[in-house]
Ligand binder design. Structure first.
Ligand SMILES: Cc1cc2nc3c(=O)[nH]c(=O)nc-3n(C[C@H](O)[C@H](O)[C@H](O)COP(=O)(O)OP(=O)(O)OC[C@H]3O[C@@H](n4cnc5c(N)ncnc54)[C@H](O)[C@@H]3O)c2cc1C
Length: 476
């Protein structure tokens, strides 16, 4: 849905094919959003829709050790507790407003690509023709498999059983059995427990399986009955070796799966979509060469690879033996220290992402801070407000610099403005104030001016094509 929104904002026709009848989810899955995800939603002017329905709180944790990010230089230095079904409902409302068509209760069953497009077969016997197909179809992605893309990584070592149930007697709420038992919605009780010896998540778990798991940790089943759902998940850790095969791309869980430790999977997928959307739109419109899509893999694959590593480390630290307990104790001491906390919390919150755009100013490749800019007429504008329509922005912050980008107008929004405060980046700290910045539609800095416009035209050509004026005329 995030990708569909991004493509629509960029003026590209898009269609979602979704096998589920509604956004309703059986199991809760994601319990919230991290800071960077809230920032990217803010860039599109929809963050408030999520913020009013969730609870802003310090949700970052590594191997169970909580980390406060309220001192991070972000407009949203917190996470948002919000169940995935609510997240998907709000997203669904937004894409409806944007006019994104959704073909529900239809499955993609296969595809064939050629030089000019992709023929996509649907479960109702019809077929669709598209210029590009993006598999956002989850960890068991048919698109990934049909594209022959290897899902490299590690088999599961542990399986958890998860359920929302009623019980005759109330168990003690708290952590145990590699998970815990606690209150759930509607007065029900939520259970998440390791099932030793089970390593597959695709067998349907039964109430009997849940009973056994409860007896193992509590010595009794508490009279468990009336499950709203029972499901399994594992710590399988895999990543697509390629995010693109010709006209077929992957995003979200289709591209990477890992244990849900630190609550990062959904956040990673949303940010994949924000990285890919504007690039794919430019390629579809002919503004940029298809090779621009290779930067999607170059930028996003390392980010997910890092999440895979950090979730495996967290999983290892979750072992219940005394030696691992001692290691966890040392880690929690380390995480009370400023730099280790910032380092790890920057990673979990997604605020530290830095795409490799070459050497240069520390802003290059990092997220543009949401500064309160003073405009030439004395007004103020937040940086994210300039990114609402998902277009690139060139900010001229110097006094007498003339930046000639006529060739790229009107595709690139330009603005003269001032900012007199400190330029602070999460984890990095204060950086020298630039005299200009070119911001990509995903909010990352593509070029930094340090007194001259050296390199600006190259950056514009790299990211926004060499014939933007003709494209702008065509798309009108
Ligand atoms: C127990 C648990 C807890 C989690 N907690 C968190 C958390 O706290 N924070 C977090 O960020 N993440 C969390 N996650 C991970 C998060 O749920 C996933 O990363 C996220 O749902 C991935 O989104 P996605 O859109 O890529 O894939 P999915 O959510 O799997 O969506 C794929 C969609 O594609 C549809 N589909 C599949 N195949 C086809 C087909 N052939 N044709 C048409 N439609 C198809 C499916 O119906 C589905 O709607 C958790 C996961 C689990 C299991």
């Amino acid at each position: 849905m995030m990708l569909a929104a991004e493509l629509t904002l960029a003026g590209t026709d898009v269609l979602i094919v979704e096998k589920r009848p509604t956004f309703e989810l059986e199991s809760p899955r994601s319990r919230g959003l991290h800071s960077r995800t809230i920032e990217v939603l803010d860039q599109r002017g929809v963050a408030d829709r999520f913020l009013v329905e969730g609870t802003a709180m310090q949700v970052q944790a590594f191997a169970g050790v909580p980390m406060d990010i309220s001192d991070f230089p972000s407009r949203h230095p917190y996470g948002l507790a919000l169940l995935q079904s609510n997240f998907e409902r709000i997203m669904s409302g937004w894409i409806d407003e944007l006019g994104v068509p959704v073909l529900r209760e239809r499955e993609v069953t296969g595809f064939a690509q050629d030089d000019s497009g992709v023929d996509i077969a649907l479960s109702d016997g019809r077929s669709l023709r598209a210029q590009y197909l993006v598999g956002c179809d989850g960890g068991r992605s048919l698109v990934r498999k049909a594209a022959g893309i290897d899902f490299a990584g590690w088999d599961p070592t542990t399986c958890w059983i998860q359920a929302e149930v009623e019980m005759v007697e109330q168990p003690e709420f708290g952590m145990r059995g590699g998970g815990g038992i606690g209150p759930a919605e509607g007065g029900r009780i939520g259970v998440t427990l390791i099932e030793p010896g089970v390593i597959r998540s695709d067998d349907e778990p039964t109430l009997e399986d849940l009973r056994s798991a409860l007896i193992r940790v509590d010595g009794r089943d508490h009279g468990v009955h009336s499950p709203r759902f029972i499901s399994r998940f594992t710590d399988m850790t895999r990543q697509a070796v390629a995010y693109r095969s010709g006209r077929v791309l992957l995003a979200g869980d289709a591209a990477h799966v890992h244990a849900p430790l630190g609550g990062q999977g959904l956040n990673l997928g949303v940010q994949d979509a924000v990285n890919l959307g504007w690039k794919l739109a430019q390629v579809v419109k002919g503004t940029s060469q298809a090779s621009l899509l290779d930067t999607y893999q170059a930028e996003r694959h390392p980010v997910a690879a890092r999440v895979l590593q950090n979730t495996m480390a967290q999983r290892a630290l979750g072992a219940t033996d005394e030696r691992t307990g001692a290691l966890r104790q040392f880690l929690s001491e380390l995480l009370t220290m400023e730099q280790p906390r910032k380092h790890i919390a920057g990673m979990i919150s997604g605020l530290d992402v830095a795409y490799d755009l070459g050497a240069g100013h520390p802003l290059l490749g990092r997220r543009m801070p949401d500064l309160d800019l003073v405009t030439t007429d004395g007004g103020t504008v937040r940086v994210v407000e300039l990114l609402r329509d998902a277009k690139p922005v060139l900010l001229n912050l110097g006094d007498r610099m003339h930046l000639d980008i006529a060739l790229w107008a009107p595709g690139v929004r330009t603005m003269d403005a001032h900012f007199d405060g400190d330029w602070e980046l999460p984890v990095v700290g204060t950086v020298p104030a630039p005299t200009a910045v070119l911001i990509r539609p995903d909010g990352h800095v593509a070029w930094v001016g340090e007194g001259t416009d050296a390199g600006l035209r190259d950056a514009l050509t790299t990211w926004f094509g060499s014939r933007p004026r003709e494209d702008a005329q065509q798309s009108r």
